[in-house]
Structure formats: structure tokens, C-alpha cells
Design a protein around this ligand. Structure first.
Ligand SMILES: CC(C)(COP(=O)(O)OP(=O)(O)OC[C@H]1O[C@@H](n2cnc3c(N)ncnc32)[C@H](O)[C@@H]1OP(=O)(O)O)[C@@H](O)C(=O)NCCC(=O)NCCS
Length: 154
């Protein structure tokens, strides 16, 4: 493979054998990470799970659930050292494209109010806030709300 092609980020379906690397990123970037079981269950359930790699290195991943005309982005993550390089936007575009192809009219997600970086990404992408779920997330002290955001896909 040429050096140029080797450096192009590649998307692939997530598999069980990716989960060691997925968990290494997940536990490094979240205060309350998903468990390995959450990813394994998502794979078993047939959710749309993708990895993004450059060569052998895992940069990030997402988990998307699409059903009954709507889609939910359950997880979107980029390794700390690869953030702010456009990869999160790329994965979000890919997730929205898959959701649209699967017949979803809207894409939903939840985000912590304290997660300003992710909110900036979603707002820039065209998501808007439609609801607040009180005490949705575990937090260091008590619980944290979730903002529910949606993006029309039509
Ligand atoms: C949120 C996340 C997925 C964004 O991925 P990313 O690859 O860093 O994002 P991008 O480089 O595509 O950012 C695109 C734009 O979003 C906004 N943005 C992204 N991260 C930001 C941050 N930390 N602070 C402020 N704005 C941010 C900026 O407008 C950015 O454009 P710019 O870099 O030209 O200013 C990534 O930071 C991440 O995995 N964070 C930890 C896990 C997480 O919070 N996941 C989302 C849970 S809902």
C-alpha cells in the first residue's frame, strides 16, 4: 500500500476483536465509560457500529441504533490525542448517512450539559435541543441531566 493511502482514515464495521482497543479509548476519555458488555451487546443486537483507523491505530468509533423511522447515536468517541482533527465530524457525517439510508427521518442523541466540546460539534452540525432528561447520567456527585438533541435527516 502506498504511504498516502496508509495515512487515510478507514471506516470498518466494529467487531468483537476491536473491543480491547475500543475499551482502552473509552476508559481513557469518559468519567463514566461504557462497559465492554455494552459494546458486546450492541454488536449482538446488530446496531450499526463502526471503527475509524489509520493503519493499525484505532482513532475512534460510533454506535448507532436505527429502527422505526428514527435513529439514536448511542456512542461517538475519538481518542484524546486525535481530537480536534475533524474525525468526530467525519464519524458524525457517516452515522447520519447510515441512519438516512436505513430510513430514519431524525437522528437523536443525548449529551451532558457539562460536555461543551461535544455540544459545540453537534450544534455546528445542525442538531438542536428538544428536551432535558433530568438526572439521566451518573456523575461524580449525584446525577447529571442529559440534553436531548435531534437532527432532521430528510
Ligand atoms: C466530542 C468528540 C467526539 C469530538 O470529536 P473531534 O474529532 O474532536 O471533533 P472535530 O475535530 O470533528 O470538531 C469539529 C468542531 O466541533 C467543535 N468542537 C469539537 N470539540 C470541541 C471542544 N473540545 N471544544 C470546543 N469545540 C469543539 C469545534 O467547532 C470543532 O471545529 P474546530 O476544531 O475547527 O474548532 C471528541 O472530542 C470526543 O470523543 N470527546 C470525548 C467523548 C465525548 O464527549 N463524546 C460525545 C459524547 S455525547
Amino acid at each position: 500500500m502506498s504511504a498516502v493511502l496508509k495515512d487515510v482514515p478507514q471506516l470498518a464495521p466494529m467487531r468483537d476483536h476491536d473491543l480491547d482497543e475500543v475499551m482502552a479509548i473509552e476508559s481513557a476519555i469518559y468519567s463514566h465509560p461504557w462497559t465492554r458488555g455494552n459494546f458486546a451487546d450492541s454488536l449482538r443486537a446488530g446496531y450499526e457500529c463502526r471503527t475509524l483507523r489509520v493503519g493499525a491505530e484505532l482513532l475512534g468509533y460510533f454506535v448507532l441504533m436505527a429502527a422505526a423511522g428514527e435513529a439514536h447515536l448511542l456512542n461517538l468517541s475519538i481518542a484524546a490525542r486525535h481530537q480536534r482533527a475533524g474525525h468526530g465530524s467525519g464519524l458524525l457525517r457517516e452515522a447520519a448517512g447510515i441512519a438516512h439510508r436505513l430510513g430514519a427521518r431524525s437522528l437523536f442523541l443525548e449529551v451532558r450539559p457539562s460536555n461543551r466540546g461535544a455540544q459545540a460539534l453537534y450544534t455546528r452540525f445542525g442538531f438542536r435541543k428538544i428536551a432535558v432528561r433530568r438526572g439521566y447520567y451518573p456523575a461524580h456527585t449525584g446525577r447529571e441531566d442529559a440534553l436531548v438533541l435531534t437532527l432532521p435527516l430528510a
